[in-house]
Design a protein around this ligand. Structure first.
Ligand SMILES: Cc1ncc(COP(=O)(O)O)c(C=O)c1O
Length: 434
């Protein structure tokens, strides 16, 4: 049964489906995030040699457990994934496939350690975001087939990679999507959204703190819509799909003797990517050190991690500090006070929605919350593109900027194996990419 990491509530698997914690109330200051709990005893990570991650790692997906738990067979689940994936491929030109993991001598040389690059720029809609959402679409399809009521409209607050991925995946599933976008949304992205059949609603800033698009999403969800977004508090099942990224890395490294990763350096906006990696790497016996990267323009996670670290020291326990923070969220995480601008447009979220699981992993592994400036982001992007030939944007190479800063600060041992995720293909007139 899914359980809330914030209040401990166990959610039933009925209608309404527990996309978010049933006990969540605006203003209760609890860090509610529903986490699927699956019985994985005896379930191998790799279920078949399919190159589709949702088939390969199906034993770790809620949709699969629900399907076979209802007496349906393994092969009919595989067929269901294949048909949805084919629909994605018809729209996007490609479906979901295991993405490349490689290291590049020029990059290793320039950074001074071995840098493993997980390249998501060739993934559906040019980033990892579709992974979050295809996992949710699969679950919607399974719920529908098993007679649940999941007819609500799909909604997302985003005007970049997440919205583009959501529009593609929702359309492949024959579902209507509304995207809540800021007033300054890139016209190119808006046009692409409209071309995918998504409704676009502009949400201007109104002087109140926090993201007005996110507020509109919460309002729509309160009215019966389903959050088709990459934010764990609003849809705990969205995290699972992007854990496929970590499972791919874990499997690839496990094939190599001495293949353990020493650290992962992940760019953080809303925090779902980092949360999915943290959760996904739990399959590795010894999880790597987790470092996060934000920009000097907005770094709410770094602020929260600093406070949590102090509290853990005062209490002498990371777990005790995490438990306290789960019940007093606003003492750690609150919206960034000023409207931020950066070349890394995709990591400018007002709040790190999925923060506590990431912060806990950072404290437990001794990771750092790195903050980088514009020049570092631009330099790292130039290096990323010239050393690897990957056409990644500044958001997508922000992890590399963070790694470079860690190396310069002497925090990375020479010869370490470090993972960065290049996600976010450069778009012609690149605009906001959250
Ligand atoms: C290219 C890219 N990388 C990383 C991120 C960060 O992901 P998250 O918002 O889940 O922290 C985003 C988010 O929009 C993104 O577009």
């Amino acid at each position: 049964m899914p359980q809330c990491a914030g209040c401990g509530a166990v959610a039933g698997l009925g209608d309404p489906w527990p996309w978010s914690c049933p006990k969540r109330r605006d203003g209760d200051d609890i860090d509610h995030v529903i986490v699927p709990r699956l019985d994985l005893a005896g379930v191998p990570l790799v279920m078949s040699d399919s190159t589709n991650p949702f088939i390969r790692y199906r034993g770790r997906l809620s949709s699969y457990h629900l399907w076979v738990g209802a007496g349906r067979d393994d092969q009919s689940f595989v067929a269901l994934v294949k048909s949805l994936d084919a629909a994605v491929a018809r729209l996007a030109g490609l479906g979901f496939r295991v993405t490349p993991l490689a290291h590049f001598p020029d990059l290793d040389e320039a950074i001074g350690t071995r840098v493993w690059v997980k390249d998501e720029t060739g993934n559906v809609a040019g980033s990892h975001k579709g992974r979050h959402l295809f996992g949710v679409l699969l679950l919607l399809r399974v719920l529908e087939a098993l007679g649940h009521d999941v007819g609500g409209e799909l909604v997302i607050a985003s005007c970049g990679n997440a919205a583009l991925a959501a529009a593609t995946v929702a359309s492949a599933g024959g579902r209507h999507l509304t995207a809540f976008v800021p007033a300054g949304a890139d016209p190119g992205v808006r046009a692409l959204l409209a071309a995918s059949g998504a409704a676009v609603e502009v949400c201007p800033r109104d002087g109140r703190p926090g993201d007005p698009c996110y507020r509109r999403l919460r309002q729509a969800v309160a009215g019966g819509a389903i959050a088709f977004s990459c934010q764990g508090p609003d849809n705990g099942f969205a995290i699972e799909g992007a854990s496929t990224l970590a499972w791919e890395v874990a499997e690839a490294r496990a094939r190599v003797r001495g293949g353990a990763l020493d650290r992962v350096v992940i760019q953080v906006g809303g925090g779902a990517l980092a949360a999915a990696c943290v959760r996904g790497f739990e399959v590795l016996g010894a999880p790597p050190v987790v470092d996060t990267v934000q920009t000097t323009a907005a770094h709410p996670l770094e602020r929260a991690v600093g406070r949590l670290r102090e509290r853990a020291q005062a209490l002498g326990s990371v777990d005790a500090a995490v438990a306290e923070a789960a019940a007093h969220r606003s003492a750690y995480m609150w919206p960034w006070e000023t409207e931020a601008a950066s070349v890394a447009t995709g990591i400018l979220d007002d709040e790190t929605y999925d923060w506590l699981a990431v912060a806990r992993a950072m404290l437990a592994t001794g990771g750092a919350a790195v903050v980088v400036g514009e020049a570092e982001l631009e330099d790292a992007n130039g290096l990323a593109r010239s050393a690897t030939g990957i056409d990644v944007d500044e958001t997508g190479s922000a992890g590399l900027a963070g790694l470079r800063s860690l190396v310069r600060a002497g925090r990375v041992e020479r010869g370490s194996d470090v993972l960065v995720v290049f996600t976010g293909r450069r778009r012609p007139a690149s605009g906001s990419a959250d």
